[in-house]
Design a protein around this ligand. Sequence first.
Ligand SMILES: Cc1cc2nc3c(=O)[nH]c(=O)nc-3n(C[C@H](O)[C@H](O)[C@H](O)COP(=O)(O)O)c2cc1C
Length: 357
Amino acid sequence: MTFNDLLARLAAPIVQAPMAGSQNHRLALAVCAAGGLGSMPAAMWTAQELHQELTAVTQATQAPYNINFFCHASPDIDAAKHKQWQHALAPHYQELGLTQSPAVAGAARTPFSHDMADVLEVFRPPVVSFHFGLPAPDLLARVKACGSLVMSSATTVAEAQWLEAHGADVVIAQGLEAGGHRGMFLSTDLTTQLGTFALLPQIVRAVKVPVIAAGGIATAAGVQAAKTLGASGVQIGTSFLCSHEANTNALHRAVLQSPQSQHTALTNLFSGRPARGVVNRVMRELGPISEHAPAFPLATADIAPLRAAAEAKGLQDFTPLWSGQNTAGVREASATDIALDFVKAWRAGDPISPRIA
Ligand SMILES: Cc1cc2nc3c(=O)[nH]c(=O)nc-3n(C[C@H](O)[C@H](O)[C@H](O)COP(=O)(O)O)c2cc1C
């Protein structure tokens, strides 16, 4: 599918951001019903779960949808680093009456693989998006052979140029405001990261492929501003987190709708890679960035028992409260209604730029 084919099948290029851990096909379908591009995150799914989710979507709609994967390199387990991490978490384990397991637990998030590509070949999804770069050329070739439009996140101009050169059909300009993981893959230096409205026009100038803006877009004016700066579409995550169809838990929902959500930060405590979430106790006490956190995604396993124990007491002290910097669009409503407002906002302005029409 080309980007123009996709546009022809959408009411407007409003992309619901794939959000691993926070949603499944229900959210994607609700957004598809509004004429936006519903997305599903596969980073925490097995190939079997992927098959089930794609079955659910394709049985319910003819509309285009997006399936999203992470494509990080799986890290080697570093026993010394794991020990340091357990040492850092030990007082919290003690406080909650938990015992640390000496074993190094496996990954909570897996990169795109040939097993996943086997499933894609059954469904031939219209759009496939990636976070953390692109998969190896043989894997990407399998996706392209399905006829899927390939999108990936860039957090710098250099990443956008790299993605275009390596086969991305669409670049998602992910500004620093965005909730969840930074898609950064050419550098680990956080000072390279730009805000959405500084990054977007520079990427638009630097590449020929369409550019979708992501990060902090939460209002009609934000959608219009992205369009004015040359975006061919917008990708919106945080605004859908409290929708009826999202799986966001009650503690997270309450925080997103409270003044606490005004203070977010990038943290590596929950996974090992920087991701934006609302500041909570563990971020204040250990981070938000800790040199002791194991490589992505291995940090998750040792935080998970703390999270479960605290949540059982009604506390969000160890919960990853993923959120972008702009929670103005957060509301408890159907995702179809939320998406429809963004669709209307896109269509209310000038016609789509000739570059992408
Ligand atoms: C809870 C949450 C989970 C996310 N998970 C993913 C993911 O699995 N894959 C991905 O490509 N992006 C993910 N993102 C990032 C989004 O694609 C997007 O960049 C971001 O939501 C846009 O900024 P906003 O949240 O301010 O709208 C996630 C964002 C959030 C808030």
